[in-house]
Write a protein that binds this ligand. Structure first.
Ligand SMILES: NC(=O)c1ccc[n+]([C@@H]2O[C@H](COP(=O)([O-])OP(=O)(O)OC[C@H]3O[C@@H](n4cnc5c(N)ncnc54)[C@H](O)[C@@H]3O)[C@@H](O)[C@H]2O)c1
Ligand SMILES: [Fe+2]
Length: 384
C-alpha cells in the first residue's frame, strides 16, 4: 500500500440538540467569551437566538458577529477580527454554513497569532496558534467543519484559500435540528457539493488513501439515499441527519484526498456569475465525469451501485455510464438547473471561463487525467 497521511478533527459531537450544549464544550476548552460568527439570514429566521441563550445560561458570554456574507470577502473577516479584539474574546464559534465557518477559522488564527491576513494564503503558511475554535454547520455541504481550508473572496472574481492543519477546529458539532429549515434549493446545491467532494476524493490522483476511500463511499451512500427526501420533505429528521453526517464524512475524505476538475471548473462560474458553490459544481459534474470516464472508469464503476441504488451489471464503462446517468437524474430530481444556459451563463463567455479554470492548477493536478484549455472548453460546451 502507498504511504499516506490522514488528519482530521480531534473531537466530533453529533446529536439532535447538541448546539444547545455548546457551553459545556466552551468550558472544556476554557472559553468564557467567544466570538459567535454567523450570518444575518440565520439570525432573521431565529436559528441563532436559542444557541446564544443556551450559551449565556451556561455562564458563557457570546459576542455576536452576524455580518457574514456568502462567499465572504476579506473585509468581513477583518471586521470580525476587529470586534474580537475590541471585546477581548477568548475563543471563536461559528454557527452557519461554509461562509460563516470559513470566516471563523481565519478569525481564530488572526486573533490568536500575529500574522496578517495576506500572510495566511496558500498551503501551510499559518505559523503559531489560534484561539480555541468550535464549528457548527447549518448546511450539509462544504464539510468545512472538518477541513483544514478556508476560502475567502479576495477580489471581484477571485477567491483564495488558506490551507493549514491549524484551521481544523477543536470540536465539530453536528446538530441536524439546525438544518430542518434549510430551503429546498440550498439543500439541493449544498448536498450535491458534498457528493462531489466524495466522488472527487475517491478519484484523487496523488493522495487517494484507504481512509478517505471508506469515508467517501459511506458519505455517498448517505447523501445519495437522503438528498431527495431532504429537499422535498425538509422536516424529515432522518434525511437531515444523514445529509449532515454525509457532508462531514465527505469533508474528512477530501480534506485528505483533495478535489479536482469539478471544483476547478466550478470556481470560475462562482467568480463571474456568483452562482452558488454547490450549483456551480452540479452544473459541470456530469460533463467532467464524462471527460474523465476513460481514465477513471474502474473507480467510477465502484461508486455506481452506491449512487444508482441497485446492482449494476456490465463492464466498468457501462457502470460508469450508469453512475453519470444516475447523477444527472438526481440533479433533475432535486430541481437544480441542468445546463449553463439555464443558469444564465453567456455562451460567449465559455472561452474566458476555460482560461480561468486553467488557473486552478492546485485542483487540476488531483484530477484522474490531465485537463488542458481545450478540455475545459469542451466540458463547458457540453454543459451548456
Ligand atoms: N472550507 C472549506 O473546506 C470549503 C469547502 C467548500 C466550500 N467552501 C466555501 O463555503 C461557502 C459556501 O458555504 P455553504 O454552501 O455552506 O453556504 P453559505 O454559508 O454561504 O450559506 C448560504 C445561504 O444559506 C443560508 N443558510 C445556511 N444555513 C441555513 C439553515 N439551516 N436554514 C436556512 N438558511 C440557511 C445562509 O443564511 C445563506 O444565505 C463558500 O464561500 C465556499 O467557497 C469552503
Ligand atoms: Fe465544494
Amino acid at each position: 500500500m502507498d504511504s499516506f497521511v490522514f488528519n482530521t478533527v480531534a473531537s466530533i459531537v453529533s446529536g439532535a440538540g447538541s448546539a444547545l450544549e455548546l457551553a459545556g464544550q466552551c468550558e472544556s476548552l476554557g472559553i468564557k467569551r467567544p466570538l459567535l460568527v454567523t450570518d444575518p439570514g440565520l439570525v432573521a429566521i431565529g436559528l441563532i437566538e436559542p444557541v446564544r441563550t443556551a450559551l449565556a445560561g451556561g455562564d458563557v458570554e457570546p459576542v455576536m458577529f452576524d455580518q457574514v456574507r456568502e462567499d465572504p470577502p476579506e473585509h468581513i473577516v477583518l471586521q470580525a477580527v476587529q470586534l474580537g479584539v475590541d471585546r477581548q474574546v477568548d475563543g471563536v464559534i461559528a454557527v452557519g454554513g461554509g461562509s460563516s465557518m470559513d470566516v471563523a477559522k481565519v478569525a481564530a488564527v488572526l486573533l490568536g497569532g500575529d500574522q496578517s491576513l495576506d500572510q495566511l494564503y496558500g498551503v501551510d503558511q499559518v505559523v503559531g496558534g489560534r484561539l480555541p475554535l468550535i464549528l457548527v454547520p447549518t448546511t450539509a455541504g462544504t464539510g468545512s467543519e472538518v477541513t483544514p481550508v478556508a476560502v475567502i473572496t479576495t477580489g471581484e472574481t477571485t477567491k483564495a484559500g488558506v490551507s493549514s492543519k491549524i484551521l481544523l477546529p477543536d470540536v465539530a458539532v453536528l446538530d441536524a435540528d439546525l438544518t430542518l429549515g434549510l430551503p429546498p434549493a440550498i439543500t439541493a446545491m449544498t448536498g450535491v457539493d458534498a457528493m462531489v467532494h466524495a466522488v472527487e476524493a475517491y478519484t484523487s490522483r496523488h493522495k487517494k488513501n484507504p481512509l478517505s476511500d471508506n469515508l467517501a463511499r459511506q458519505a455517498l451512500q448517505l447523501l445519495a439515499t437522503s438528498i431527495r427526501a431532504a429537499v422535498h420533505d425538509g422536516g424529515n429528521r432522518e434525511a437531515r441527519s444523514n445529509m449532515l453526517l454525509g457532508a462531514l464524512l465527505a469533508g474528512q475524505a477530501f480534506a485528505n484526498a483533495p478535489v479536482a476538475a469539478v471544483h476547478a471548473l466550478a470556481y470560475p462560474l462562482g467568480g463571474h456569475y456568483h452562482i452558488p458553490h454547490g450549483l456551480s459544481n452540479s452544473l459541470v459534474l456530469p460533463s467532467v465525469l464524462e471527460l474523465n470516464a476513460a481514465s477513471a472508469s474502474d473507480l467510477y464503476a465502484e461508486l455506481a451501485e452506491i449512487v444508482v441504488g441497485e446492482t449494476v451489471v456490465g463492464s466498468n464503462e457501462a457502470k460508469t455510464a450508469a453512475l453519470i446517468n444516475a447523477l444527472r437524474q438526481l440533479i433533475d430530481d432535486v430541481s437544480l438547473p441542468a445546463t449553463l444556459r439555464e443558469a444564465k451563463v453567456a455562451e460567449s463567455d465559455l472561452e474566458m471561463l476555460a482560461r480561468d479554470a486553467m488557473l486552478q492548477q492546485r485542483l487540476l493536478i488531483n484530477n484522474p487525467r490531465d485537463v488542458n484549455y481545450e478540455d475545459a472548453l469542451s466540458i463547458y460546451t457540453a454543459a451548456y
